[in-house]
Design a protein. Structure first.
Length: 118
């Protein structure tokens, strides 16, 4: 259910930006979302459709690009990918060290807004 407040926040940011550039319509919003966010794309689109009714963003498609998780080993510095199911047990694939610094996987950012200006 955390998708609703986050979708509202994204909507406000998109509308603010679209209005500032004189957009008459927002047709698409592109998000990068890390796999650790456990976002459900269908819910985000559903909430977007509800929130945006009657606005210049009504009918816009929300595209979610998934970002894999990666970490830097705390021992050897190797950067390795972490599968979603391994997040609590991931180890460096070079040396086996069980501790690393998360580099990617928790992102949530707007990377694109497709607009019309008539």
């Amino acid at each position: 259910m955390h998708e609703l407040p986050i979708t509202k926040s994204i909507y406000k940011s998109v509308i603010t930006k679209a209005e500032s550039v004189g957009a008459t319509r927002v047709s698409r919003v592109v998000l990068e979302v890390g796999i650790l966010r456990d976002f459900i794309p269908e819910l985000v689109q559903k909430y977007w459709d509800y929130i945006s009714k009657g606005s210049l963003a009504e009918g816009a498609q929300v595209e979610i690009r998934e970002v894999e998780a990666s970490a830097e080993c705390g021992k050897c510095g190797n950067v390795y990918t972490i599968a979603r199911e391994q997040i609590n047990s991931a180890k460096c694939d070079a040396c086996g060290y069980p501790y690393g610094r998360l580099l990617t996987g928790s992102e949530l950012r707007i990377v694109g807004i497709e607009i019309d200006r008539e």
